[in-house]
Design a protein. Structure first.
Length: 428
């Protein structure tokens, strides 16, 4: 009897232990399933956002060239007209507003292309103190008179290798975001500093990597953000603003990522927010460029062969180049340009051609013409995104390229770089 009771007791104890183990395993499985479900939901949300980004990218890239052509015509004609009339003329302010609106539209196009990774960028070594300082006047216009803009430069050079337009985009987006967080009067403080992170400094930061950094901080005295807003901060198309589109901060994060950096943010409700943009810092000093001689020295007149299938852009660009003092031969068909070079022994210094044309692309046209005349320089122009440009082999730094829409100053700079021209036509 004792043996039977002991056996029964042991059996019940074993059963209880097994039940306890099974309950524990079941609890662990449920927790694991919950984690997997949360990860699945996160992946689905990321997929949905990436699909939205892909749609925006395709739309932006698809319309970019036509839209940029139209903006080039508007900018070019407005710029030419402004140079012809006195500032006291009753139409001068109207022309200025047309020019400003076209410039704003150009910036919107570039922001969309940047976010969709379709824009060609030109990194250069620059001191962030100088870059930020040159943007202050424009930033003050963006934030209005009710908000004070404070600026603190670093005590020494903060050199980075980045695209100036992208740095300006970062500043503009962060300042607009800060301005919209301030209700009434307040202060936005922009600062630049040099920092270095050791391995021990990177334990708590998700994106921090040891190294030397130049940091741009934009701090505001606005309303701050709650946990939910912070969680959705960098999600494309998520916005708490009535007229916002939810691309400003995602664009900032994407630009910084493209340049090998990261963004950190701190915010408290009713105490404002601070965004810190960290970019890899270079150690060398930026040397001033040596003088290149008299910028207004006279040179013989140079001839440009201009090829574009868009009649409006062809006419506007031709007038812009002639106003700079160039002789211009304008042609709307690549085959006619080739025939001209074959039959015309006259001097042609540079081929300025659109990249994508129905009859023949600009790269093929340039090859045909340079085979006939190896002495002719080439400058390509396009409003398409980076993917199309790369497809045509123009991402190489040795290839001369200008993005549409362009201003007279931008075109003059590109031509000066290629032709080495220092005549007064380019410097006017």
């Amino acid at each position: 009897m004792y043996v039977l009771q002991e056996t029964k007791r042991m059996f019940m104890a074993d059963a209880d232990n097994r039940k306890s183990d099974m309950l524990k395993e079941n609890s662990e499985l449920q927790a694991q399933l919950k984690r997997l479900e949360e990860e699945k939901q996160t992946l689905l949300e990321q997929l949905e956002q990436s699909q939205k980004v892909e749609v925006v990218g395709r739309l932006a890239s698809g319309v970019a060239n036509d839209f940029s052509n139209m903006l080039s015509v508007i900018l070019g004609h407005a710029e030419i007209a402004l140079s012809w009339i006195d500032s006291s003329h009753h139409l001068y302010e109207n022309l200025q507003e047309i020019y400003k609106a076209a410039e704003h539209s150009t910036e919107l196009t570039r922001q969309l292309l940047t976010f969709a990774r379709k824009q060609k960028h030109v990194p250069r070594v620059q001191d962030l103190n100088v870059t930020v300082s040159s943007m202050l006047k424009l930033l003050r216009r963006l934030i209005g008179s009710n908000v004070e803009l404070s600026w603190k430069a670093a005590s020494a050079q903060c050199l980075v290798n980045a695209d100036t337009v992208q740095i300006n985009q970062i500043l503009a987006n962060l300042c607009v975001n800060a301005y919209e967080a301030i209700q009434g009067a307040g202060t936005i403080t922009i600062s630049v500093a040099a920092l270095s992170f050791a391995p021990g400094d990177c334990v708590g930061g998700k994106e921090r990597v040891p190294g030397d950094y130049a940091v741009i901080k934009v701090a505001d005295t606005g309303c701050g953000m709650d946990a939910q807003t912070i969680a959705n901060l960098y999600k494309p198309f998520h916005t708490t603003k009535e007229h916002g589109i939810g691309l400003g901060l995602p664009i900032v994060k994407e630009i910084v990522r493209q340049n090998g950096g990261f963004v950190e943010m701190h915010s408290e409700l009713a105490h404002g927010s601070t965004f810190a943009v960290y970019l890899p810092r270079l150690s060398e000093k930026l040397q001033s460029e040596p003088a290149t001689g008299n910028a207004t020295a006279k040179h013989e007149q140079q001839t440009i062969l201009l090829v574009d299938d868009d009649p409006a852009l062809l006419g506007m660009t031709g007038r812009m180049l002639r106003a700079m003092g160039f002789t211009v031969i304008s042609i709307d068909k690549p085959s006619e340009a080739i025939s001209l070079v074959k039959t015309n022994p006259g001097k042609i210094d540079l081929l300025l051609t659109d990249l994508v044309m129905p009859e023949m692309n600009g790269r093929t046209l340039a090859k045909e013409i340079c085979d006939l005349r190896p002495d002719i320089e080439c400058l390509f122009m396009s409003g398409y995104g980076e993917k199309i440009i790369a497809h045509h082999g123009l991402m190489n730094s040795n290839v001369n390229f200008i993005a549409k829409p362009f201003t007279r100053e931008e075109m003059a700079g590109a031509l000066m770089k290629i032709l080495g021209s220092r005549n007064s036509a380019l410097s006017r």
